[in-house]
Design a protein around this ligand. Structure first.
Ligand code: MN3
Length: 202
């Protein structure tokens, strides 16, 4: 099987009270796991089983819907687990902080705009902070399991921070209160990891 479920690099309860253990357990072990299984089934015996998930996303228009949905699901969740974590939150520093100030005015303005993208994504999808082809930061959102790496994305770039706004990501703890979940998200963002991805994407 070419694609595997990455281990969660912290305990299910490590993000409490911001994201509850039961949500993390189901989200990682059931939802992400299903995307990996369905992606492996969709690429079995085809040339794309030898490609990286990033390469598949970049050429997603060539592949059937099962690869788009489950490949996106695998890429998106793998990024999500990495950019959140315990002992996190606060604010970015260094060149990432400078780039956020350049692009959005200041960190609070950035958070307001990102939260608006997350709240405004109708139905299921993701909010993103991306590095565009021009090297500049931008905020965007995508439906379903699409992402900004995909050649079909409205706004394309390299994602360095993503927020899952599917109901399965927050419903057990927050019910219909997506804005409360988005507010809590800032307490678990691993800015060191986001900065690493920013430096790599530039
Ligand atoms: Mn999810």
């Amino acid at each position: 099987m070419p694609f595997t479920l990455p281990n969660l690099p912290y305990a299910f309860n490590a993000l409490e009270p911001h994201i509850d253990a039961r949500t993390m357990e189901i989200h990682h072990g059931k939802h992400h796991n299903a995307y990996v299984t369905n992606l492996n089934n969709a690429v079995a015996g085809k040339p794309e089983e030898n490609l990286s998930i990033e390469e598949i996303c970049k050429n997603i228009s060539k592949y059937p819907a099962a690869v788009r949905n489950n490949g996106g699901g695998h890429y998106n969740h793998s990024l999500f687990w990495a950019v959140i974590g315990p002992n996190a939150g606060g604010a970015p520093t260094g060149s990432l902080a400078d780039a956020i100030n350049d692009a959005f005015g200041n960190f609070d303005e950035f958070k307001t705009k990102f939260a608006a993208a997350a709240a405004g994504r109708f139905g299921s999808g993701w909010a993103w902070l991306i590095v565009g082809a021009d090297g500049k930061l931008a905020i965007t959102s995508s439906p379903n399991q699409d992402n900004p790496l995909m050649d079909v994305a409205e706004v394309q770039g390299t994602p360095i921070l993503g927020l899952d706004v599917w109901e399965h990501a927050y419903y057990l703890n927050y019910q219909n209160r997506r804005p409360d979940y988005v507010t809590a998200f800032w307490n678990v963002v691993n800015w060191v990891e986001v900065a690493k991805r920013f430096d790599a994407a530039k």
